[in-house]
Design a protein around this ligand. Structure first.
Ligand SMILES: *Cc1c(COP(=O)(O)O)cnc(C)c1O
Length: 494
């Protein structure tokens, strides 16, 4: 399987190892497999009887054809071990009726990013060897909170790599900030940025596209790569849990093989929901994909009107990992549906005018699968309270956005299919807002909220977050967004 860019027709094809090593195509586009491999009914039937790691190796091997099955199985077993994820890396639970929840936050940093970022550094490290790369890889990450910590934890002390993370100082929760500021590892560096997530992401993109930085680094035996969801190595492990959830529903006798289900995904950069779309294109019986947003509802509007317009106010919300105005992976959807020429056209318009518009037919094609819903802050809080009081489950602020959207969709569609809402973070990662939603008053402090939520609900604090306030702060620095370049060079050449 070769990989091509989303922006240039008939571009040079590269191997999957090269795509994972490099992150971004050299025309500024994202890497995509040149075709989507099929998962036929017999293969799906075989997957039903497998455990998560075997399912992962089977799905990954369809895309990463320059890796052996044994290598992929080995990496899956290392990534999704019981010690790191508990008995099932992606358990499925019934909420009520046809509404299910797929929990993706049982990994070491308590958010779904671990599903990709525990295995990706392993794939990356193999990619360096497969490409005969001898330079040090500097992984550069812009994060709205969860990616940063998950990438730091995944890449920490991986030989041949260094990792540098930028996060918006006022755009992440106290717990997220503590998680990053206390990060251990000999090859890690973390800076807060004065600005929002898009400032951090634009800064990182600028550094990636600056030839003079690349040449300075290269002279010192360093090259840049990305762990953001624009990297194919982030996306491909996310396909697995959609397939796995489907298999688990068949195993539990809730659906018969071939019966269609819906997924509702709390969306920011469009990576997670796009992985579900690939699963559908492979042949997994999926009907609708519900794109759930918070009041940063640029995607809801896009899916309703065909206009993508980032010229709007940016809102800081209680679901900060979805506070995004430019959803980078939407580019992959445009490419998959309409090809490289049309994608480049839209991306040029987006960077010039901050907006682009689909034709009526194009929108109709996308709406065959995708529907957008958004949830405001008050409904997010009400959903947390409702699900706790009526279903006896504690959910985080991002999951609440998805559950609220799923309920609205099910109410509107009346199709009677199973809908799986994707649960992307532990409630304890956002304990302050979860506590406030349940009790009607604020906790005594953001870090105290962990214990207060525990006392209120008698649920367990996940081990990685327990006693986090007692850990030593190692990365305090906050810099201006214009100083990101210097920070990268200083760390790389250190
Ligand atoms: C990253 C994240 C999201 C958004 O996922 P995308 O792939 O960026 O759409 C949603 N919820 C949580 C908790 C996250 O960390």
């Amino acid at each position: 399987m070769n990989f091509i860019s989303t922006r240039t027709k008939d571009c040079k094809k590269v191997s999957s190892a090269f795509a994972i090593k490099t992150g971004l195509a050299n025309d500024g586009g994202l890497f995509m497999p040149e075709s989507i491999p099929e998962l036929n009914k017999n293969e799906l039937n075989a997957l039903i009887k497998m455990n998560y790691c075997d399912r992962a190796a089977t799905v990954l091997s369809k895309f990463l054809t320059d890796y052996t099955y044994e290598e992929l199985l080995d990496d899956a077993k290392g990534a999704y071990s019981k010690e790191k994820f508990g008995p099932h890396p992606a358990p499925l639970n019934n909420l009520s009726g046809d509404l299910y929840m797929l929990e993706l936050w049982h990994g070491p940093t308590c958010a779904f990013k671990d599903m990709a970022l525990q295995i990706m550094p392993r794939l990356f490290s193999r990619a360096l060897r497969k490409c005969n790369e001898t330079r040090t890889a500097l992984i550069l990450v812009a994060t709205s909170g969860d990616t940063g910590k998950a990438a730091l934890e995944g890449y920490r002390d991986i030989p041949g790599t260094k990792i540098k993370v930028f996060y918006p100082i006022d755009g992440v929760s106290r717990v997220q900030k503590m998680q990053m500021q206390t990060q251990l590892g000999s090859n890690v560096s973390v800076d807060g940025i004065v600005g929002n997530f898009d400032d951090a992401q634009s800064g990182v993109k600028k550094i990636f596209s600056d030839a003079s930085i690349a040449s300075k680094l290269n002279k010192n035996g360093v090259f840049l790569s990305s762990a953001n969801s624009i990297n194919w190595g982030r996306l491909v492990p996310q396909i697995v849990y959609y397939v796995s959830a489907y298999c688990d529903l068949v195993n539990a006798g809730k659906i018969s093989l071939g019966e269609k289900i819906n997924f509702c995904v709390p969306t920011g950069n469009f990576g997670n929901i796009f992985a579900a779309y690939i699963a559908k294109l492979m042949g997994l019986p999926i009907d609708k994909l519900i794109c759930a947003s918070n009041i940063n509802n640029v995607l809801t509007e896009f899916l309703k009107t065909g206009v993508y317009d980032r010229n709007r106010a940016f809102h800081t919300t209680i679901s900060p990992s979805m506070d995004i105005l430019i959803s980078s992976n939407l580019e992959r959807l445009l490419f998959t549906c309409f090809g490289a020429d049309r994608t480049r056209e839209c991306m040029v318009k987006l960077s010039k005018d901050g907006r682009y518009e689909l034709t009526t037919d194009e929108l109709k094609f996308i709406n065959d699968t995708f529907i957008g819903y958004y949830t405001d802050e008050s409904d997010t809080k009400l959903t947390i309270k409702d699900i706790y009081e009526n279903e006896n489950r504690l959910i985080d602020t991002h999951t609440a956005v998805a559950v609220c959207a799923a309920k609205r969709f099910m109410n509107d569609s009346k199709a009677g299919r199973i809908t799986v809402a994707v649960s992307t973070a532990s409630p304890y990662k956002f304990s302050s807002d979860v506590f406030t939603s349940l009790s009607g008053h604020a906790p005594s402090g953001d870090l105290e909220a962990l214990d207060e939520l525990n006392a209120l609900t008698k649920t367990d604090i996940p081990t990685p977050l327990d006693k986090i306030s007692e850990r030593k702060i190692l990365h305090k620095r906050v810099i201006d967004k214009d100083d990101m370049e210097r920070a990268v060079l200083d760390f790389a050449l250190d």
